[in-house]
Design a protein around this ligand. Structure first.
Ligand SMILES: NC(=O)c1ccc[n+]([C@@H]2O[C@H](COP(=O)([O-])OP(=O)(O)OC[C@H]3O[C@@H](n4cnc5c(N)ncnc54)[C@H](O)[C@@H]3O)[C@@H](O)[C@H]2O)c1
Length: 256
């Protein structure tokens, strides 16, 4: 019971149905409840999110679903308030929601740029901003921001995604320094290539998958649980002296 008594809010966590391909947020939700947490799942994909929560509740978990578009400050206010109303406090926030955009610089429209910055950079900022007062009141907390290896290195595609995930990386360090005195830890996770609903189409193309796997010393893509394990470590008190750090889970891609 590594999260006994804790309350967690996870964004972008709709894809968590047992027997189907899970995303990091859905996989983390199952791990969190297994370890004793009460969990608020949130997403803009409401049908999938509600189905995931039904399965969690049927399995005996304490979990609720909230609609939360992470680009809306108003919806963040409502979601954090609803979390505290339902479960009394907020100890753990996982800023996980995300979308892809595989364009190089010249092919990136202003709209794509703004959208990437909104969901990753602004979404992470707004969530952190609205979680902090509640975590301070609870005596501390842990915020886990899902960046990417694409927040550490470049690639032939995804210019706006790289920029937005890089912003998540450094925002994490600023928040970690600013709120360490409140016992609020803020860390980023940098997954490598993983098979999830987000990447399923791209990775179903053997050529697209092959190009990426060729960059991985371990020679394969990750599964969602391998990323969720890192999220769980940062959420738990086992990481009590870890803040402002980058946990890379990439099979060795960025070691080269
Ligand atoms: N799969 C990979 O290879 C990989 C690698 C590195 C980083 N990531 C990052 O991991 C995170 C989780 O992705 P995943 O691969 O588990 O896929 P996923 O599809 O399970 O998760 C993304 C979720 O975000 C939700 N979402 C999109 N826009 C939103 C918004 N405005 N507000 C709220 N929710 C929104 C989607 O509906 C989806 O459920 C993302 O931030 C992604 O960029 C993924």
């Amino acid at each position: 019971m590594r999260l006994e008594g804790k309350v967690a809010l996870i964004t972008g966590s709709a894809s968590g149905l047992k027997g189907e391909l899970m995303g990091f947020g859905g996989a983390a939700a199952w791990m969190f409840v297994r370890e004793g947490a009460k969990v608020v799942l949130s997403d803009i994909s409401d049908d999938a999110g509600r189905k995931t929560v039904s399965q969690l509740v049927e399995s005996g978990a304490e979990a609720i679903y909230l609609h939360l578009d992470v680009t809306s400050e108003e919806q963040w206010r409502e979601a954090v308030d609803a979390t505290v109303s339902a479960f009394g406090k907020l100890d753990i926030l996982v800023n996980n929601a995300g979308t892809g955009a595989t364009f190089n610089v010249e092919d990136t429209s202003e709209e794509v740029w703004d959208d990437q910055m909104a969901v990753h950079a602004k979404g992470t900022f707004l969530g952190t901003k609205h979680a902090i007062p509640h975590m301070r009141r609870a005596g501390g907390g842990s915020i886990i921001n899902i960046s990417s290896i694409n927040g550490l290195i470049g690639s032939p595609t995804s210019a706006a995604y790289h920029a937005a995930k890089g912003a998540v990386r450094l925002f994490t360090k600023a928040a970690a320094v600013q709120y360490a005195g409140d016992r609020i830890r803020v860390n980023s996770v940098h997954p490598g290539y993983a098979m999830t609903p987000l990447t399923r189409n791209m990775f179903s193309d053997p050529e697209q998958l092959g190009v990426r796997i060729a960059r991985v010393p371990m020679g394969r893509a990750a599964v969602a649980d391998e990323i969720a394990n890192a999220i769980l470590y940062l959420a738990s008190d086992e990481s009590s002296f870890v803040t402002g750090s980058e946990v890379v889970v990439d099979g060795g891609v960025t070691a080269q």
